[in-house]
Ligand binder design. Sequence first.
Ligand code: FES
Length: 138
Amino acid sequence: MSLLQAASEGPALIVCNTCRWSADEREDAEGVRGGARMFEALIEAAKGDDRLAELAIEQMPCLFNCSQHCSIHLRGPGKIGYVLGKFEPTAEAAKAILDYVAAWLESAEGVVPYRQWPEGVKGHFIVRTPPPERVVVS
Ligand code: FES
C-alpha cells in the first residue's frame, strides 16, 4: 500500500487534518480534530472567492509540525512554498490565510511583500520550501 495518493498538480493549500484542537485537547466537544476544523473553515472561507479559483484545498494527516498546530502547507509550480502553523481553527484565521494565499497566487515566484501580509499570518511562518527542480538563491 502506498502512502501517497494523487493530488492537484497546480497551486494547493494542504491542511493537516490531524492537528490538535488545543494545547490540552486533541479534539473538540464533537470529537473532531482541530486540523479537520481548520480544513472545514478554509473550505467555507474560500467559497465564492474568485481570487482562489485555481487553488486546490486538500487535506492529509500530519505535516510533522504537530507542536505548532494547526499546520498548513502552501505549494505550487514555480513558486516558493511555505509551511505555516500556530493557527486556531477559526473563520478569522482561515480568512487571513486565504488573503495571504490570494497575494501568493498573484506573485511570480511565491514571494509576497511583507506590507501585503494580513496581520493574521504574521508570526506563523515555519519554513519555506523550494518548488521541484528549483532552489532559492536569496
Ligand atoms: S498532527 Fe498536524 S502537523 Fe502533526
